[in-house]
Write a protein that binds this ligand. Structure first.
Ligand code: CAA
Length: 257
């Protein structure tokens, strides 16, 4: 049985993890299905923004599957770890913005998947943590790499070495959450954010995402070189003429059909 659902409306694709009996924990099968689903929506012409969420209001994703990991040897864990990393890299490199709509627990691999998304909209009952050390493990799906970039080294070390769980308010305070809302408004707020993005030029959005991502791993000179190349490249496309002309004509630009 598939644990992943995809819904598409008005250029917004929702990818929903539905394994509520295990708080949407991702065993190897769920991970593989989610990877296929994310790949599919990234390359789908009718998708402009992607929202990833968990079914129900208790959990986004409670992590990698602890019961499955109890049975793994080191080689199997390497494959599982690499499969999780592949998914987070795919999300982070997406040419379309990916929003995590976080409705409850985002722990371990769930927090790591959320951090690979470009933005995080969270419900008041959301909680975050990298509790792997409590299991004698470490965050294996990119957590040691992305958390320091999002919240700073000191806070990341504190969260990873204590394994403590923080609430939505604290996540917002340290920059892990973009926005907090009530549980029943979570999807509306996430879609409002997506709709705001969809008003803008799709090529300009993709280029911006690429510059931001690549810039995080290079020096400022190299980052700005890429930025100015992407900036000039946009002048080859009709999209920027529509944007510039709409401003001059005092009307809204029409970037998408
Ligand atoms: N893996 C497998 N099953 C899980 C799970 C997980 N990560 N998290 C929860 N479940 C299962 C529980 O075992 C339970 O199933 P059973 O009824 O069959 O026992 C069901 O989901 C409901 O969970 P609880 O009864 O524990 O619910 P709760 O409300 O009392 O507690 C919780 C909720 C605090 C999130 C608790 O379930 C918990 O601590 N879960 C584990 C969180 C965690 O440590 N995640 C990190 C995993 S390691 C990782 O992700 C590695 C990596 O970086 C790749």
């Amino acid at each position: 049985m598939s644990h992943i659902k995809i819904k598409n409306e008005n250029l917004i694709s929702e990818v929903i993890i539905d394994r509520q009996e295990a708080l949407n924990a991702m065993n190897p099968d769920v991970l593989s299905e989610l990877t296929d689903a994310v790949q599919k929506v990234i390359s789908d012409e009718k998708t402009g923004v992607i929202i990833i969420t968990g079914e129900g209001n208790k959990a986004f994703i409670a992590g990698a599957d602890i019961k499955a990991m109890q049975q793994m040897n080191a080689e199997e864990a390497l494959r599982y770890g690499k499969a999780g990393q592949k998914l987070t890299l795919m999300i982070e490199s997406s040419s379309k913005p990916v929003i995590a709509a976080i409705n409850g627990f985002a722990l371990g691999g769930g927090c790591e998947l959320a951090m690979a998304c470009h933005m995080r909209v969270v419900s008041e009952n959301a909680s975050f943590g990298q509790p792997e050390v409590k299991l004698g493990l470490l965050p294996g799906w990119g957590g040691t790499q992305r958390l320091p970039k999002i919240v700073g080294v000191g806070k990341a070390v504190e969260l990873i070495t204590t394994g403590k769980i923080i609430n939505a308010e604290e996540a917002y305070r340290i920059g892990l959450a973009n926005k907090i809302c009530s549980s029943n408004q979570l999807m509306n707020e996430s879609k409002n954010l997506a709709t705001e993005i969809l008003k803008n030029g799709p090529r300009a959005i993709s280029s911006s995402l690429r510059c931001i991502k690549d810039g995080l791993t290079m020096n400022i000179e190299k980052g700005m070189e890429i930025e100015v190349e992407e900036f000039s490249e946009l002048f080859r496309y009709e999209e920027r003429m529509e944007g510039l002309t709409a401003f001059i004509e005092k009307r809204d630009p029409k970037f998408r059909q």
